[in-house]
Structures are given as C-alpha cells and as structure tokens.
Design a protein. Structure first.
Ligand SMILES: Cc1cc2nc3c(=O)[nH]c(=O)nc-3n(C[C@H](O)[C@H](O)[C@H](O)COP(=O)(O)O)c2cc1C
Length: 159
C-alpha cells in the first residue's frame, strides 16, 4: 500500500478539527491540531485521541496524564493551521484560559472536553490516549470541518 494513496483514501472520511492541549510540570501549555479524536463511552465517560510519537509535544503528552480537547469552530481555521505548524510559539497571540485541570482551553472553540488519561495503547507511529472526561462545555458555535485535506464549513441553510 502506497503511503500517499492510503493518506488520500483516509482523507475521504469527514471529520471535525480539534486542538488537543496539555501542559508540562511547571504549567507551560503545549498542543497540536488533531482530527484523530473519537467519543468512546458514555458510562464511564471516555474519549480517545491519537498522538504522533514524532510530535515535538509528544513527550509532554506522555508525561502529563491530562489533556483537553478543544473542538474548533468554523472561524478557527487559522488556529488549526497554527497548531499544526512545527517550531513556532503556538500560543503566542492566541487567547486561552486554564480549565479545571489547568490545561489550556482555547477561547472561541465550539467545545471543550477536559480529561484525565486512564489508558494508553500502542498505535503504530501514534499512541492512543483514552481519557476520562472530567469537565465539558459547548458554546453552540458552528464546526470547522476537514475533508480531503481541505477545510470546509457547513452550508448555512441546513443547520
Ligand atoms: C487537520 C489536521 C489533523 C491532524 N490530526 C493529527 C492527529 O490526529 N494526531 C497527530 O498526532 N497529529 C495530527 N496532525 C498533525 C499535527 O497537528 C502536526 O504535526 C503538529 O505540528 C505536531 O505537533 P508538534 O508541533 O508538537 O510537532 C494533524 C494536522 C492537521 C492539519
């Protein structure tokens, strides 16, 4: 299976876009753009995210055992691009505040899901983190959508 072809075919699956954040021991925020986010269980309340072992913030994720999923709204494409860029100060100029666990919650997101890691699993070049949901919020904004490698928005008339 050609890597590029696999990426192309998998890109046919429509997803939302999230920025998953965590922090180091002294509270410095880290985060990256993630669409490998899934709701897993309602009772107990569990979600999962898949984080690339090669990401610069990977070590921080592996150590902190807490994370927050920021579900991006349709006007946050620039935020998505920013948190998918390497080697920049991702939080510079971005408005955020700390949630109950102390992890960064991005202002303007359509939803926040704060989690404590309860399991982690090998997933090839990624690690799968299962988080127990400890706090949530939803703003009622409209979602940013990712499909075939591009950003999209829901048509106005339907929702
Ligand atoms: C739409 C989109 C979805 C992404 N989904 C994931 C993902 O699910 N998991 C992941 O590890 N990286 C994902 N990435 C790539 C990371 O956001 C990107 O490589 C990031 O720069 C890695 O963090 P780092 O800067 O700490 O290395 C995605 C990027 C984009 C644009």
């Amino acid at each position: 299976m050609e890597l590029q072809e696999l990426r192309r075919v998998l890109g046919h699956f429509v997803t939302g876009v999230t920025v998953v954040t965590t922090m180091d021991k002294v509270g410095t925020p880290f985060g990256l753009t993630v669409n490998a986010f899934t709701s897993l269980s309602l009772n107990p309340p569990l979600v999962l995210v898949c984080i690339d072992k090669g990401a610069q913030c990977y070590r921080c994720f592996d150590q902190s055992k807490i994370f927050a999923v920021n579900v991006l709204s349709e006007d946050q494409e620039a935020i998505s691009r920013r948190f998918a860029s390497r080697g920049i100060e991702k939080f510079a100029g971005v408005k955020w505040h700390r949630g109950k666990l102390g992890v960064a919650l991005l202002d303007g997101a359509m939803g926040h899901i704060e989690c404590k890691v309860v399991h982690s699993y090998e997933g090839g070049d990624h690690t799968i983190y299962v988080g127990k949901v400890v706090n949530t919020a939803a703003s009622g904004k409209r979602p940013l959508i990712f499909f075939k490698g591009k950003y999209h928005r829901l048509p106005r008339q339907e929702f």
